[in-house]
Design a binder for this molecule. Structure first.
Ligand SMILES: C[S@@+](CC[C@H](N)C(=O)[O-])C[C@H]1O[C@@H](n2cnc3c(N)ncnc32)[C@H](O)[C@@H]1O
Length: 251
């Protein structure tokens, strides 16, 4: 982990969940370290779209995992959130956009986070050597084409520890009004019409090649995004009959 410049940390202590924590203030502290009003507005929007319920689901997916890779980390918003919440983790983010990566590292430095670092990298050609306990991708996959997406899933699977987890948050293709809204927003944000959305069936087919167990959690809220979280793992004891509720098993 590279040494960061000594800046007075904005978040000196983790927001422990032993007692209810002030989520809004915690998130506001993260958003406030970004200089640009535009980036702050974007970050507020992301914390609304990926709301506290989704973040807490992702937190549970990450439970007990130490070395975490975030592909398509953007401005490092959720990397800063998880690294602040869980000082014991080692968080490494990659994004194609060098400016976003710069802002992410600056945000981590200002927050006093020594357990988060962000690098420039292309998910279509991800060169990583390390093994990770969890790999997450939040709204990345629909930005890369189907062939690259399939390759990336294979790379992720091969860089996970035996008890590692792949955690994907992406959008599915129904209902129509939600995916139409999501598409329009993606076009505006990326200034491109190139989006490759997969529905749950497609994700399942591709993930099934690499993982014993794939859990899918569609998330319904008032916002027009057809969110789904996929939690993928390999079973340490493949002979075990134990299955958790909600899981599909390819045995
Ligand atoms: C919708 S944003 C999500 C960012 C972040 N995960 C979040 O949830 O706030 C998608 C991100 O994927 C990044 N991205 C798009 N194509 C990529 C690629 N080929 N390799 C790495 N990152 C990519 C974009 O730069 C952008 O930051």
């Amino acid at each position: 982990m590279p040494e960061l410049a000594a800046t007075p940390p904005v978040i000196a202590q983790a927001a422990h969940n032993a007692q209810p924590y002030d989520y809004r203030r915690f998130v506001a502290k993260i958003v406030d370290v970004y200089d640009s009003p535009l980036i702050r507005a974007y970050c507020k929007a992301r914390f609304t779209i990926i709301n506290i319920n989704i973040l807490q689901m992702l937190s549970l997916c990450l439970r007990g995992k130490k070395r975490i890779l975030d592909v398509g980390c953007g401005f490092g918003l959720f990397g800063c959130y998880f690294s602040s919440m869980y000082p014991e983790i080692e968080y490494c983010g990659y994004d194609l956009n060098a400016r976003r990566v710069r802002e992410a590292n600056l945000a981590a430095e200002r927050l006093g986070l020594r357990n988060a670092r962000f690098n420039v990298g292309d998910a279509r050609d991800l060169a990583i050597d390390e093994q990770y306990d969890a790999i997450m991708m939040v709204d990345l996959l629909h930005h890369i084409d189907d062939t690259a997406k399939s390759t990336l899933l294979g790379i992720c699977a091969s860089h996970l520890a035996a008890d590692g987890r792949l955690i994907i948050k992406d959008v599915t293709t129904r209902p129509f009004f939600k995916i139409a809204f999501t598409w329009a927003l993606d076009v505006v944000m990326t200034k491109s019409f190139d989006m490759w959305y997969w529905n749950e069936k497609r994700f399942y087919q591709k993930l099934d090649r690499h993982f014993d167990r794939i859990e899918m959690y569609p998330i319904t809220d008032w916002l027009p995004y057809p969110h789904v979280i996929y939690l993928c793992e390999n079973l340490a004891d493949r002979d075990s009959d134990a299955m958790e509720p909600g899981a599909t098993d390819r045995r």
